[in-house]
Design a protein around this ligand. Structure first.
Ligand code: GLV
Ligand code: MN
Ligand code: MN
Length: 414
């Protein structure tokens, strides 16, 4: 089959992004569509409506992953899957995750328009809770699908307001009903390819359209808990205080220092701090903060983790300090055959491309443990992401989708 025997429609793909951006749309042009919120349910309903209008089947699983299926000529053959996530950061952009879902859906539509059948079924997926901003850990739906996290453990996870994921999921599936695939999530796949905006500045700086993604760096998340003693802000002398926030700031400062590497490879972020009781004139009795730490080498992460533990035990006094590890995801190397296929298709389509690792985490890191997997990146403006001003061009989104559809067709005919 000749390259481009089916047309990816740039206008349709762009319009679908605009339609989805209304769901949880913010005044600054971004989205707040956090996992298992009413806005997430609305996005699920919209995708399902589009899918049914094209004659594709739709189903969900026990962690709420939403699948769209286009039959192949051999329905029993293992499917080829593509997609990403529709949930966003609280101040998220319109493209992070949503692009991968809509690119996969556009691939299915382009094949449908052209009347081209593949041997294997082709499926699009919207994984549940990739962001991990409301419910930790992130990339949860794909991890449960891959058997890396237990469904029951995830259902009992609570958000920052104390709402359980099980309750939020039930409410979401009530508002966005879809046929349920019974049993533990997960089924065999032939292969998986995820399209995503780069979320970093390299493609734009190098004036390339396609990032051929070779792998994903390792990441670990923690929560540091400090336990002190509440006391009167006006009367309590320094020596008598067990100020949990003071301990948190000492520890945080030492951690920033410790994680400042010469080649700027280690990523260390404290993104959420909580201080209790949160009264201006009470010495804080409790404080906690999150840590997100990433590096291409698991060994470096292991060594750094030990340093973080040491810092907490050395600097917590007079408070009690404890560090809780929420996740540890080892670095991912994508299947060389898929990496090569993405590179070749970009080349054949005449698109400037470069090999690159991913700094951000993606659902592909879990699915890569199940089957051959890879990713396709397209540029985003100034590399800005996890920000309402995140932006990408219709032409680049369409170019990445053209590579995606070529790759999917080839994989689905193998
Ligand atoms: C995904 O959003 C990540 O934090 O890498
Ligand atoms: Mn994402
Ligand atoms: Mn994200």
């Amino acid at each position: 089959m000749a390259v481009g025997a089916y047309a990816v429609r740039e206008d349709r793909l762009w319009q679908r992004h605009a339609d989805m951006a209304k769901l949880g749309g913010t005044a600054r042009g971004g989205v707040n569509r956090q996992a298992l919120s009413p806005e997430d349910a609305a996005a699920r309903n919209l995708l399902a409506t589009w899918a049914k209008a094209r004659g594709f089947s739709v189903f969900t699983d026990a962690i709420g992953n939403l699948f769209v299926r286009r039959e192949g000529t051999e329905p029993q053959a293992l499917p080829v899957l593509s997609g990403s996530h529709m949930d966003s950061q609280p101040t998220g952009g319109r493209f992070d995750g949503m692009y991968g879902v809509l690119a996969a859906f556009e691939a299915l539509e382009a094949l449908e328009d052209a009347g081209i059948r593949t041997k294997r079924p082709l499926m699009a997926v919207a994984w549940t809770n990739e962001e991990g901003s409301r419910f930790q850990p992130g990339a949860m739906g794909s991890a449960v699908f891959a058997g890396r996290y237990r469904l029951d453990d995830m259902l009992s996870v609570k958000d920052w307001a104390g709402i359980s994921l099980g309750d939020a999921l039930a409410a979401t599936l009530k508002a966005a009903p879809a046929p349920m695939r019974e049993g533990t999530p997960g089924f065999p796949l032939a292969s998986y390819v995820e399209a995503h905006i780069e979320q970093g500045p390299r493609l734009e700086a190098e004036r390339q359209t396609i990032g051929v993604v070779t792998g994903i760096q390792g990441s670990r998340r923690y929560i540091v808990h400090l336990h002190g003693e509440e006391a009167h802000a006006g009367t309590t002398p320094r020596a008598a205080r067990k100020d949990a926030f003071a301990a948190a700031t000492r520890i945080a400062a030492a951690m920033y220092e410790e994680t400042t590497d010469a080649d700027d490879t280690l990523r260390f972020t404290i993104g959420r701090v909580e201080v209790q009781p949160g009264s201006p004139n009470t010495v804080p009795g409790k404080a906690s903060f999150t840590i997100d730490m990433r590096h291409p080498s698991d060994t470096v992460l292991e060594v750094q983790e030990k340093s973080l533990l040491d810092i907490v035990s050395t600097l917590a006094g007079p408070c009690e300090g404890r560090i809780e590890r929420v996740t540890a995801v080892a670095p991912t190397n994508f299947d060389e055959r898929i990496v090569e296929l993405v590179r070749t298709k970009a080349q054949i389509l005449g698109l400037g491309h470069m090999d690159m690792p991913s700094g951000a985490g993606h659902d592909a890191m879990h699915i890569a443990t199940l089957c051959a997997a890879g990713m396709i990146f397209v540029p985003c403006e100034r590399g800005i992401s996890h920000n309402e001003i995140e932006n990408a061009t219709p032409a680049d989104l369409a170019a990445g989708t053209r590579v995606l559809v070529e790759v999917l067709v080839e994989l689905a005919n193998r």
